[in-house]
Design a protein around this ligand. Structure first.
Ligand code: XMP
Ligand code: MG
Length: 189
């Protein structure tokens, strides 16, 4: 879906698909250099990381295996619950693997801080985070991030895997949602 199709539900486009692809190509070059000679276990956090997993992995020249986890840290709305729960665990053993943990967005950082620690506790050789987006002003816990697509303002965004109540994940760009969609302009994340 492109921005035009969303009409007035989209407030403004923050990152176009071209900009995202360009940035992911740059990141892929760095990853290839940083992980030279090692096989990478890419772990995607469902469902939001589907797009960054698909796009980044295809820009990589390294050997890549993919696995997925589903965790819950948000309800269907726009507020963080602060609680991380594993809904679907990995199929693979991460023991002594070099893990590239991929996320759509780092907001409070709670999810990834927790996940990184969890994978390290399972004996991963290394856990490096890659995220398409990050909201620096929303961070509540420090998270060491290997690669960031774009830093964005502390606003609720949709597209490129990110949803509002299950919708707009297939929007090809990243944009802010018009307040009338979520019923107000006073969203506290
Ligand atoms: P934390 O706060 O743990 O959150 O870093 C990470 C997860 O929260 C969701 N999230 C968003 N989803 N628009 C969304 O559609 C947003 O602006 C947004 N901010 C956080 C997302 O699932 C992410 O993985
Ligand atoms: Mg997510």
């Amino acid at each position: 879906m492109d921005a035009a199709k969303m009409g007035s539900d989209l407030e403004r486009v923050l990152i176009t698909n071209d900009e995202m692809q360009q940035r992911l190509k740059e990141i892929a070059k760095q990853v290839d250099a940083d992980f030279a000679g090692r096989s990478i276990l890419m772990v995607g956090v469902l469902k939001g990381a589907v797009m960054v997993m698909a796009d980044l992995s295809r820009h990589l020249q390294s050997d890549v295996e993919m696995d997925w986890m589903a965790v819950s840290s948000y309800g269907s709305g726009t507020k963080s619950s602060g609680v991380v729960r594993i809904l679907k665990d990995l199929d693979s053993d991460v023991h002594e693997r070099h893990v590239l943990l991929a996320e759509d967005i780092i907001d409070s950082g709670l999810t990834l801080a927790w996940l990184k620690e969890n994978l390290e506790a399972r004996g991963a050789a290394s856990v490096t985070i890659v995220t398409a987006l990050r909201k620096p002003d929303a961070l509540k816990v420090p998270v060491e991030v290997g690669y960031v697509g774009f830093d964005i303002p502390n606003e609720f965004v949709v597209g490129y895997g990110l949803d509002y109540a299950g919708k707009y994940r297939n929007l090809d760009c990243v944009g802010t949602l018009a307040p009338h969609v979520y019923g107000g302009d006073d969203v506290d994340e």
